[in-house]
Design a protein around this ligand. Structure first.
Ligand SMILES: [Zn+2]
Length: 483
């Protein structure tokens, strides 16, 4: 018999078995069990009871500071499209994770087997990709369980993760996933839908933002009409920043559980304190020293594309720096902040919303800085360096007291500024400004914003300062901060 006839018969067998399973479920009896009339459950009793154990965890991304992320696919397209997709992944050496709907695996098990044979993972995309929010618990459980059963029967793989068609989830889905002994409900850090009218450059910039450590990129193979092209964009963006796509199971195995905020020592070291009138503070611009020691500091926030390049440059020269984080950015990508710590740098507070602090009420200012402290602490999983830097450098006596009273007596300013935040200043301008202004004990302000020239200027800045005899220390060490 030829291959297509064979696979058609296989798929009919699959569907026949599925119908048998579904009808067994509908009548509430075991598939192979004999039941007497007395044992026959009443219609109410046939309703599956909600799982009473803990809900399954939900993964929108994985906690890791490693330079890796996952490319995942939802759904199963036709054989030809799936072949093209697999070839494209091979072209870039990407191993991916495919969330397959059980019904499609029953129809075309050979596609599922091919995905595995080519080195990828398969997981559960539910049986029929229905809108699970409209189903009752029993139906949700069935959609997950039958899909697991079919995938295991056809491929021998027991799915560990489930994702719905949209990626949305409810408590019932989390309970049913746990009920079916699955490890997690997987969401995504980016669901790449069809493009509108973006240029290639706009597409590149968009995808670049989502190439994050521990990221989970999702593409629906049935909905996305530029599937092949999108893989090329993602591959290029990851390569530019030196990140690898690895299967989700491995990403999760490489990742860790994070402590909740309240379990991290020092999480409450910064607290709202209305009694600020007599607070003492130090405004630190530089230190007086005979040694040619200086501190490099980077403010704000950026994408991995920018920040990882800064980290890589610092690592190449074996230099430690101090990062003042704009915490609202950190909140969306905590792994990048954790990477700074793992590479030996210091991380400190630069507010949550980046306001000009002299324009806020005492209460607004304290709340913003406390929130930043909590977000940063949770992201880096330890107490940050206890330095505060005001956005734009703007500070007065009153705002300094307000900040000091909550736990930041040391206000980190700077004596070398290069206006690098302004993209109209070239790398050469930045280098020249640094060389002109830096002296013994200087604190140099640079930025980790996207689309400015700091990344480009940094290697030259470091080389020239080293040639002039300067050594780099973290700001806390330069000023002798007692932590
Ligand atoms: Zn700033």
């Amino acid at each position: 018999m030829n291959r297509s006839v064979h696979s058609r018969i296989r798929s009919w067998l699959g569907i026949a078995l599925l119908i048998a399973m579904l009808s067994a479920l509908a009548t509430g009896c075991g598939m192979f069990g004999e039941e007497t009339d007395e044992q026959k459950p009443s219609p109410e009793a046939s309703v599956i009871e909600k799982y009473s154990g803990p809900m399954s965890k939900v993964l929108p991304f994985v906690y890791t500071a490693k330079k890796e992320l996952s490319l995942t696919f939802n759904g199963m397209s036709d054989d030809v499209t799936m072949d093209k997709l697999l070839d494209e992944l091979d072209k870039y050496g990407i191993t991916a994770t495919f969330f397959l709907p059980g019904m499609r695996v029953a129809e075309e098990p050979d596609i599922a087997k091919k995905i595995i044979a080519r080195g990828h993972e398969i997981e559960n995309n539910t049986l029929n990709r229905l809108d699970m929010s409209k189903l009752d618990y029993g139906q949700v459980d069935k959609e997950i369980r039958l899909s697991n059963e079919i995938i295991e029967r056809e491929t021998g793989i027991v799915p560990r993760y489930v994702r719905t068609r949209s990626g949305d989830y409810t408590d019932d889905i989390r309970l049913a996933a746990a009920h079916n002994e699955m490890e997690a409900v997987v969401v995504y850090s980016l669901f790449l839908h069809n493009w509108q009218a973006e240029s290639d450059q706009e597409k590149e910039l968009y995808i670049r933002k989502y190439i994050t450590r521990g990221g989970i990129i999702s593409i629906d193979v049935e909905e996305n009409s530029s599937l092949i092209e999108d893989i090329a964009f993602a591959a290029k963006a990851a390569e530019e920043v030196g990140y690898s796509f690895i299967p989700l199971g491995q990403l999760i195995a490489d990742g860790g559980e994070r402590k909740p905020l309240e379990q991290i020592e020092g999480y409450d070291a910064v607290r709202v304190n209305p009694d600020y009138e007599n607070a003492k503070y130090n405004l630190i611009y530089n230190v007086v020293t005979d040694e040619k020691k200086i501190a490099l500091t980077f403010d704000d926030w950026g994408t991995d594309y920018t920040v990882t390049k800064i980290l890589d440059t610092l690592a190449r020269f074996n230099i430690k720096a101090t990062f003042f984080l704009r915490a609202k950015g950190t909140e969306g990508n905590p792994n990048l902040a954790r990477a700074m710590i793992e590479e030996g740098h210091d991380v400190a507070n630069h507010t949550y919303t980046h306001p000009v602090i002299t324009t806020l009420t005492p209460e607004q200012l304290q709340k913003d800085v406390v929130k930043a402290h909590q977000v940063i602490t949770e992201a880096i999983q330890q107490k940050p360096t206890m330095l505060f830097r005001p956005p734009t450098g703007e500070i007065d006596d009153k705002s300094a007291k307000i900040v000091s009273a909550i736990g930041f007596p040391n206000i980190a300013l700077y004596d070398v500024t290069t206006f690098d935040w302004d993209a109209s200043n070239s790398a050469k301008d930045i280098v020249n400004k640094v060389m002109e202004k830096t002296d013994k004990g200087s604190i140099i302000l640079l930025h980790m914003l996207d689309d400015i020239h700091t990344v480009e200027a940094l290697p030259t800045v470091i080389e020239r300062l080293q040639k002039s005899g300067f050594t780099f220390v973290k700001m806390a060490d330069l000023i002798g901060l007692q932590q």
